[in-house]
Design a protein around this ligand. Structure first.
Ligand SMILES: Nc1ncnc2c1ncn2[C@@H]1O[C@H](COP(=O)(O)OP(=O)(O)OP(=O)(O)O)[C@@H](O)[C@H]1O
Ligand SMILES: N[C@@H](CCO)C(=O)O
Length: 303
């Protein structure tokens, strides 16, 4: 990143309000590769402390880790700061990218407070590196639909249409990505590899070609969903209900436990069907219709 003055229209920046979107990753066959931004937002206020003071010990571990990487990678002198979540719409550990959102927010805020030139792509890659996979960090930083190579070294992005709608079933119970990755198979048979690869390539091609006649078979997956959904006994019933109600695709959002249905048409019918199936399954949670995010991370205000 290029050095620039730590000034904003002639004023020193002391506080930054930064907004970050939720994201849904994998989309079925695109494990660690495909993701898109969703219009659910967290807002953080990050404030620079006086020189000589120390960063408050209550900074969460994730925030400290991101700050350490930022100061080293940007070759900026470390400074103490405070961190507060002032709006929280992204539920924690539900497969909607809360950790990627927090990482992207810390980086964007520190970039602004340090006064170094804004480079959204670099920031997205740092967040992906910290996250260990790019499919939440890139859509969170950039918005829209993103397809990337492993680690996020190369990626392609396209904005989503205004009428893009995802119906989410967000269970009350948390499931951390760390534990959901432990159940993954160490190796994948060649036939399964080819099966997922074909669907992921065609699915991404449809997004980039803006061909919105998407069909549920493109969202099928044989790598991670079969093992992960063993932990979610309601998966089959809610999936069946969504597809019968006209959903164009159904997938485990990120590492779960949230279930996602693409419903650009029949949105209300899909929502009702998923809510009814969840209630029949006696699983606690919330059904929510969410639109696309195409903005990615945004600095709302500086002071
Ligand atoms: N605002 C935040 N401040 C501090 N830590 C956070 C914040 N948001 C998330 N985290 C940390 O990230 C953890 C959740 O991350 P995890 O990767 O397990 O789930 P997720 O990011 O919500 O879902 P997924 O990665 O599957 O989309 C939380 O338990 C917490 O430790
Ligand atoms: N691709 C990651 C996403 C985590 O949200 C996984 O499935 O573990």
């Amino acid at each position: 990143m290029r050095e620039a003055k730590r000034k904003d229209w002639g004023r020193e920046v002391r506080s930054v309000w930064v907004r970050v979107p939720a994201s849904t990753a994998n989309l079925g066959p695109g494990f660690d590769t495909l993701g898109l931004g969703l219009a659910l937002y967290n807002v953080f206020r990050v404030e620079r402390n006086d020189p000589g003071s120390i960063s408050p010990p209550e900074l969460p571990p994730l925030v400290r880790q991101v700050a350490e990487l930022f100061f080293v990678q940007s070759q900026t002198e470390a400074f103490p700061f405070q961190w507060n979540c002032v709006q929280q719409e992204i539920p924690l550990a539900r497969g909607l990218g809360s950790s990627a959102a927090a990482r992207v927010a810390v980086l964007a805020a520190l970039v602004k407070l340090a006064g170094i030139a804004w480079n959204r792509e670099q920031l997205a890659r740092w967040a992906a590196q910290l996250e260990g996979h790019p499919d939440n960090a890139l859509p969170c930083a950039l918005g829209g639909f993103v397809a990337s190579t492993s680690g996020g070294a190369r990626f392609l992005r396209i904005p989503l249409p205004k009428h893009f709608r995802v119906v989410l079933f967000i269970p009350s119970q948390e499931l951390s990505t760390e534990s959901a990755r432990k159940v993954l198979p160490a190796a994948i048979p060649l036939t399964d590899a080819v099966s997922n690869l074909g669907r992921a390539v065609v699915l991404a091609g449809q997004f980039f070609g803006r061909k919105w006649q998407l069909s549920p078979d493109l969202f099928e997956d044989v790598w991670h969903q079969p093992v992960r959904t063993r932990l979610l006994p309601y998966w089959e019933a809610i999936k069946k209900a969504a597809l019968e109600a006209g959903a164009q695709g159904f997938w485990l959002s990120g590492s779960g436990p949230t279930l996602a249905a693409l419903a650009m048409r029949n949105t209300r019918r899909v929502k009702e069907a998923m809510a009814e199936a969840a209630s029949r399954q006696r699983v606690c949670g919330q059904v929510q219709v969410v639109g696309p995010d195409n903005s990615g991370v945004r600095i709302l205000r500086v002071a």
